[in-house]
Design a protein around this ligand. Structure first.
Ligand code: ATP
Length: 200
C-alpha cells in the first residue's frame, strides 16, 4: 500500500496547510533541528489512531494543536489527512484512493475520524488499516530510539516484534476478540438458563 500524500493544518508546528506528496521512490525530509521533521511522522501515527499522548511527545492530546508562535496566534483545530493509493486493494475497499482524516478541536469537542470525508469511529479506521501492516504499532514506522529498544528488548518482547513483522499479531488480536465474545455469549446463555429454570 502506498501513502501518496499527507495534508496537515494546525497540527503541531504546521499552522498553515501543508501538503506533502510522496513519489514512488525514497523521500528524504531534511531540515535544521526542531524544524518539524518528526512532527510529520507524529501526524501520520496520529491519524492511524495513536492515543498515547506520550508517544506523540505531548502532555495532553490538545498539545498536537498549533499553540502559537512569536508571530502567529494559536489555532483552534488540528486536522491531518492521509491519502492512500488503493489500486492494489491493500485496504479493504473497492475505491482506488482512500482518505483518512483525524480532527481535534481545542474547545474539547469530540475528536473526529473520517474516511473519504464521512464520519466514522476510531475502530473503523483501525479495522481499515489492520490488514495493511500500517497500524500505529506496526514496524512500518521506526522512530528514533526504536532500534536500541529492539536490541535491548526481553525475549518475549522481541517475539512480539517478530510476530508483528510476520503479520501474526492481527490474528492474535482477532482471536482475543473472538474469545471475549464467546465468553460474553456463554455468560448470556447461563443467565438465560437461570431465568428459564426460575420460570419453569
Ligand atoms: P530534530 O532534528 O531535533 O529531531 P525535528 O525537525 O524532528 O527536530 P520536531 O521534533 O518535529 O523537529 O519539531 C519540534 C518543533 O515543533 C519545536 O520547535 C516545537 O516548538 C514545535 N511544536 C511542537 N508542538 C507544537 C505545537 N502544538 N504548536 C507549535 N509548535 C509546536
Amino acid at each position: 500500500m502506498f501513502l501518496k500524500r499527507v495534508e496537515m493544518q494546525g497540527f503541531k508546528s504546521f499552522a498553515d496547510k501543508v501538503v506533502i506528496n510522496f513519489e514512488h521512490s525514497v523521500t528524504g525530509v531534511v531540515g535544521p533541528n526542531g524544524c518539524g521533521k518528526s512532527n510529520i511522522t507524529d501526524a501520520i501515527r496520529w491519524v492511524l489512531g495513536e492515543q498515547s499522548v506520550k508517544s506523540l511527545r505531548g502532555t495532553t492530546m490538545t498539545d498536537v494543536i498549533f499553540a502559537g508562535s512569536a508571530d502567529r496566534k494559536m489555532v483552534g483545530m488540528a486536522e491531518v489527512t492521509l491519502v492512500f493509493d488503493n489500486t492494489k486493494r491493500s485496504l479493504n475497499s473497492e475505491l482506488d484512493e482512500i482518505e483518512v482524516t483525524r480532527r481535534l478541536y481545542r474547545n474539547g469537542q469530540d475528536a473526529e475520524y473520517l474516511i473519504n470525508r464521512n464520519n466514522v469511529r476510531l475502530k473503523d479506521v483501525v479495522d481499515l488499516i489492520l490488514d495493511s501492516g500500517l497500524g500505529k504499532d506496526s514496524l512500518s514506522m521506526i522512530s528514533q530510539g526504536n532500534i536500541s529498544s529492539f536490541a535491548e528488548a526481553k525475549p518475549q518482547d522481541r517475539r512480539a516484534i517478530f510476530e508483528e513483522a510476520a503479520g501474526v499479531s492481527k490474528y492474535k488480536k482477532r482471536k482475543m476478540e473472538s474469545l471475549a465474545k464467546l465468553e460474553r455469549t456463554k455468560e448470556n446463555i447461563d443467565r438465560t438458563q437461570d431465568i428459564l429454570s426460575e420460570l419453569e
